[in-house]
Design a protein around this ligand. Structure first.
Ligand code: NAD
Length: 513
């Protein structure tokens, strides 16, 4: 008899899945806390709570919601010292940069506090059968709106879209970036203290898998982040046929015309490209086209002003450049500088790490002799890099500005304001600034968003609120002279329609459309 030797069954031990993500202070490199990674089931449960809370939140009415939101923004304003500390601890940004985040939230809430009720008011429209039909539009919240947000402005980018969604009557699930989750949690806790019910807004924590789970359970998804992730979200939203808006990356051009104020042009370039949030801004200036006639003077000035920039981690509104937040972006910026230098660019200022200040400090790199064969002129930069290209005239500058897969923001510097405005309309981007940069972000009446690979949908303004509601149209027949008939158009309607047509043709100025 043969006995078969039993071979041991090989077992593979899978590494345990991480359940938490550590959060760092980029200035010190120290861990400042951690967040749980919520799985799909936990996200679904949060969505169930949000869905249950939504009808009462919507029924409260826009005025009552506005009062609560205003109370929250007042509390945030009063607590700005703490808000600034929380933001700075996880981003390493300057004190002024963190204060700007608080100020923008205050401005956006004030804007919708004043206008939301009017934007959401039911409207009467012209009906097809004027005497007999009444045509009305009502605006109803989508239900549960999800927000997936990035790390560069952890307060602004988490709340700037979400505020409008709350005014509109949606309940909210917010997934902040895993790199900077505490600013969002801090501001949501403050909402609870302001009297906003707990299930009206909840933070869900985690990285990409938690974000993906969120898209599976909400009725609207608002995403701010990279173009690559935004495209994945758009595909998932399309599979579920839920509406979405995408605020994505940019490669924003600045055009300096011959008649620009050269000092203004140089300082605005440095603010737009390097000092505002250390260049980690979706709408930062990322390539500069300078007309031949001003080029040499502009280069001298930009070197002069760059040497005056104050870099550091200290307090005070006079610090211009803080730490970068994300090492991945520093490596990307350095790789772009290396690629440009290898292809013939000149580094005329900076471009060095500053380990004496902290692991992620970097002196702005100013590059000249650049062209569109270089990554620095085509790929998004999220760091203080200023590539400058000489152009023969405004037409060439505009053609180069539009030679990009992105279209978020742009700037033109000129003393001829009328010409600046005309040229602005030829640029393919969601917004254009003349003689300044970035103000779109602090101007809540203006719709902000991108074209091409920079996204779709708009935040702020009436557009930014109305994306969070579904219009419902109602046609009411008042039964005047109505008789039972099998015809779609009865005699009364037919006569009325013919008369209306004649009147419209004869008196086109009458408000009959
Ligand atoms: P990112 O795309 O890596 O991450 C953004 C968010 O998406 C994070 O919360 C992340 O956890 C989540 N996420 C990642 N993978 C996901 C997936 N598969 N499904 C669902 N969620 C997922 O972007 P980032 O590095 O955090 O932010 C930088 C980018 O954001 C830059 O490209 C910048 O231009 C862009 N941005 C755009 C705007 C704007 O208004 N247009 C504003 C700020 C930042």
């Amino acid at each position: 008899m043969v006995t078969l030797e039993k071979k041991p069954v090989p077992t593979t031990v899978l590494p345990a899945q991480p359940t938490e993500i550590a959060v760092m202070n980029p200035v010190t490199g120290q861990v400042i806390g951690s967040i749980p990674i919520m799985d799909a089931e936990a996200v679904r449960q949060a969505a169930d709570r949000a869905r249950a809370a939504q009808p009462a939140w919507e029924a409260l009415g826009v005025k009552a919601r506005a009062t609560l939101m205003r109370h929250w923004s007042d509390m945030l304003w009063d607590d700005q010292k703490n808000a600034i500390a929380v933001i700075r601890r996880e981003t390493g940004k300057t004190e002024l940069g963190a204060w700007e985040e608080v100020a923008v939230i205050d401005t956006v809430v004030s804007y919708y506090y004043k206008h939301a009720a009017r934007f959401l008011r039911p409207q009467t429209r012209r009906s097809a059968v004027p005497v007999r039909h009444k045509a009305r539009v009502y605006y109803k919240a989508h239900g549960v709106a999800g927000f997936i947000t990035p790390w560069n402005y952890p307060l602004n980018n988490a709340f700037i879209d979400l505020i409008a969604a709350m005014f509109a009557g949606n309940t909210i699930l917010l997934k902040p970036s895993e790199i900077t989750p505490f600013s969002a949690q801090y501001a949501v806790d403050l909402m609870y203290k302001a009297g906003i019910p707990k299930d009206v807004i909840q933070v869900v924590t985690g990285a990409g898998s938690t974000g993906a789970a969120l898209v599976d359970v909400v009725d609207y998804i608002s995403f701010t982040g990279s173009t690559a992730t935004g495209k994945k979200i758009a595909v998932k939203a399309a599979e579920r046929l839920i509406p979405c808006s995408l605020e994505l990356g940019g490669k924003d051009p600045m055009i300096v015309l011959n008649d620009a104020d050269v000092d203004m042009a140089a300082t605005e370039t440095l603010v737009g490209a390097a000092s505002e949030n250390t260049g980690q801004v979706c709408i930062s200036t990322e390539r500069v086209y300078v007309e031949d006639g001003i080029y040499d003077r502009y280069i001298e000035k930009i070197k002069q002003y760059a040497s005056q920039l104050k870099i550091g981690s200290g307090d005070g509104f006079d610090v211009n450049i803080g730490s970068l937040t994300n090492e991945r972006e520093l490596l990307r910026a350095e790789a772009q500088v290396k690629d440009a230098l290898a292809k013939g660019a000149h580094l005329i200022y900076g471009g060095k790490r500053r380990p004496d200040l902290g692991p992620l400090f970097y002196e702005p790199a100013i590059l000249t002799n650049v062209d569109h064969s270089m990554d620095v002129m085509r790929e998004e930069t999220f760091g203080p890099i200023v590539p400058i290209m000489r152009v023969k005239d405004a037409d060439e500058a505009i053609q180069l500005a539009n030679d990009s897969e992105y279209g978020l923001s742009a700037a033109i510097l000129t003393k001829d304001l009328k010409r600046g405005e005309q040229l602005a309309t030829r640029i393919e981007s969601g917004d254009v600034h003349v003689n300044t940069t970035h103000w779109i972000f602090g101007t809540p009446g203006l719709p902000m968003g991108g074209v091409k690979n920079s996204g779709m949908g708009r935040r702020n303004g009436p557009e930014g609120l109305l994306r969070f509601v579904k219009p419902q149209s109602i046609v009411i027949d008042n039964l005047l002279m109505q008789k039972p008939t099998l015809a779609r158009v009865d005699g009364f309607m037919l006569k009325g329609a013919l008369l209306l047509r004649r009147i419209r043709r004869a008196f086109p100025f009458l408000p009959l459309e």
